[in-house]
Design a protein around this ligand. Structure first.
Ligand code: HEC
Length: 258
């Protein structure tokens, strides 16, 4: 779970910021409630348990720091600070964060297969074959941009979802407990997993799929027991690890405009 102001815990894990310049369906957040990165950027600023600010408050705070003005002038032609400009700047920054050129990509592009183990090859075959992960994780970023119920967050004792997911936006029964398929790019670099951060390792994620997800009344028909052996589970993990890009994480700045 992501931590906001005064150490408050949100109910969902933050989405990784990677390869967001082109997102299938243009739906952001785990439940797809935002339709642009700009809209998504505004969310945490005003969310009471994330930053707990207001749009006006953010603008006033930035206006009080002269060091920001030249940046706005450079980016937008004049130094006026508006919430639209703030969210546009954040969104454009996010669009520059890319992942690719992994061991797996270099192999698939025919550039270099020296680091591709037999385990990675087997994992690839299973992912796009018998394990059928590519029913939902597909394309360049290994996501269909759609919403599916894998049973994460189903509370069997209470007979309800801890979080209704996509249904919060659509109010459709079919969307109850459904969340957006996350991209698997760089996935080995950002545990824990799932919208609620409830799964610690990639191996446990695959074990859950192998059992057929968490049973609940709205479970996707695309999630079913897979009958994978231990060796095959390890191979799927190795495949996902091979998706890690060689781009170092950005170090956050320690000094800010004054
Ligand atoms: C029915 C569509 C579907 C299928 C099939 C599917 N996934 Fe997923 N996957 C999802 C959704 C949706 C989530 C997010 C679920 C949530 O958080 O509630 C997810 C989450 C994940 C995550 C966690 C990523 C993160 O950043 O938290 C991993 C890893 C993953 N899937 C791997 C796999 C593998 C490996 C397979 C095949 C064995 C597979 N998936 C099959 C839809 C699917």
């Amino acid at each position: 779970m992501s931590t906001g102001i005064r150490g408050q815990k949100g109910t969902r894990k933050a989405n990784p910021i990677v390869n967001l310049a082109w997102v299938p369906g243009n739906r952001f957040f785990w439940d797809g409630r935002a339709s642009s990165l700009e809209e998504q950027a505004l969310g945490p600023i005003t969310n009471p348990i994330e930053m707990g600010h207001t749009a006006e408050g953010v603008v006033a705070a930035l206006e009080a720091i002269p060091g920001y003005r030249p940046y706005f002038a450079e980016a937008f032609g004049d130094d006026r600070i508006t919430i639209e400009r703030v969210t546009r700047a954040i969104a454009d920054y996010e669009r520059t964060r890319l992942a690719g050129n992994s061991v797996w990509d270099r192999w698939r592009r025919g550039v270099d297969e020296r680091q591709v183990t037999d385990q990675i090859r087997l994992g690839t075959k299973l992912f796009f074959g018998r394990a059928a992960c590519n029913q939902c994780h597909l394309g360049q970023d290994l996501t269909d941009g759609q919403f599916h119920n894998t049973g994460i967050g189903w509370d069997a004792a209470a007979g309800r979802f801890a979080d209704e997911g996509r249904a919060v936006v659509t109010a459709r029964d079919a969307d109850r407990g459904a969340f957006k398929t996350p991209s698997l790019r760089d996935v080995a670099r950002h545990a824990p997993y799932m919208h609620d951060g409830s799964i610690a390792t990639l191996r446990e994620v695959v074990e859950l799929y192998n059992r057929g997800g968490t049973p609940n009344p709205f479970l996707s028909a695309k999630v079913f027991p897979l009958g994978l052996t231990d060796e095959e589970i390890d191979a799927l993990v190795a495949f996902m690890e091979a998706l890690s890009s060689d781009v170092p994480f950005e170090t956050p700045p320690t000094r800010f405009p004054q």
